[in-house]
Design a protein around this ligand. Structure first.
Ligand code: SF4
Ligand code: MG
Length: 329
């Protein structure tokens, strides 16, 4: 079946005073109804910029999309008018941001802010909209929702505020939910609860979800498949189980070995050496070569294409076979 959402050969660049930054450089991924894709990468990998392009919230200029398509139900969103685009945004494709405190309006009660979505987009009466707001606060498990509906954002904990943001994002029953580092600002216990909530909402409503994160540790129980990004490109695409069992790209392998594991307590954690690439001065050949333990001479000169390993799996590494076998050159 045709995917619900397909990003196809997307390029996004920014004009800066230092030069042209190619933030997204030929990214493709697809998502079916009810599917969760985790997009993984360090900051600057292009994962958030891709999401912002899908949402249509990039500032253009300085951002420019010289190439690519973003098809939702077969229609290229990049060809729609601003008006048609804003109809889709929030209603069919919605987003949860990392920082709930700055995304919520501090001068209005949370109930008012949730209710406003139903009043504006569904034309509901004030009373009906408030009833829906309380129902949603219940659904994202805010205790005593009816008593708290007239509280202000600052009266809630960070985790509860993120639940309110999630309530607002699912208010209009979107088909795709994009969650950009939804738990990064929260402590570990609360992170797990929020991930659980997202997974539950996703299952109940058969939403498709794009979960953007730098933390491979949080996606195992939630995602169906993973796209790993590095320097504006996808370097590995795979079902989540394959990635955990045996990654096919040295960068993914490094990320996996950096996850703290309870069964290896006391062992030193592997951290990927070096820094993410400078987008203004990208390394030649494979962008990961300065940090790669598998590097060979041709890695410095030849950009690796995304090699298809199986129908569901690909790796942008010349030596993906060696990586799968764990043989370092
Ligand atoms: Fe490492 Fe070469 Fe593979 Fe790049 S292409 S990840 S440098 S082995
Ligand atoms: Mg980001």
């Amino acid at each position: 079946t045709a995917p619900l959402l397909a990003v196809d050969n997307l390029h996004v660049e920014f004009k800066t005073r230092q030069g042209l930054v190619r933030a997204v450089n030929g990214v493709s991924y697809a998502l079916h109804a009810g599917e969760t894709l985790a997009v993984l990468g360090e900051s600057g990998s292009g994962k958030s910029v891709t999401a912002q392009a899908i949402m249509g919230i990039l500032d253009m200029p300085p951002a420019n999309i010289p190439k690519g398509e973003i098809r939702f139900r077969g229609t290229d969103l990049l060809k729609l008018s601003d008006n048609a685009r804003s109809q889709i945004r929030g209603q069919q494709i919605a987003m949860v941001f990392q920082d709930a405190l700055s995304a919520l309006n501090p001068v209005f009660t949370v109930g008012w802010q949730i209710a406003e979505m139903f009043r504006v987009h569904r034309g509901m009466s004030k009373k009906a909209a408030y009833a829906k707001a309380i129902e949603l606060m219940d659904r994202v498990r805010i205790p005593a929702a009816r008593q708290r509906v007239n509280d202000y954002p600052h009266q809630f904990s960070g985790g509860m505020r993120q639940r309110i943001m999630i309530a607002m994002s699912i208010a209009l029953d979107p088909e795709v939910l994009i969650a950009d580092e939804p738990t990064t600002a929260l402590d570990v216990t609360v992170q797990a609860q929020i991930m659980e909530l997202l997974a539950e909402l996703q299952r109940d409503s058969n939403m498709a979800m794009i979960l953007i994160t730098h933390d491979l540790g949080v996606v195992a129980d939630v995602a169906d498949k993973i796209a790993v990004m590095y320097g504006g490109r996808i370097v590995e695409n795979a079902p989540v189980h394959d990635v955990y069992k045996n990654p096919a790209h040295p960068y993914t392998k490094g990320l996996l070995e950096s996850i703290p594991r309870v069964d290896l307590k006391g062992q030193e954690l592997y951290a990927i050496k070096g820094l993410p690439p400078n987008l203004l001065d990208m390394p030649t050949g494979c962008a990961f070569h300065p940090r790669c333990p598998y590097r060979q001479d041709d890695c410095v000169t030849d950009v690796p294409p995304l090699h298809e390993i199986s129908g569901t799996r690909s790796s942008a590494c010349h030596y993906w076979r060696e990586v799968l076998d764990g043989v370092q050159g």
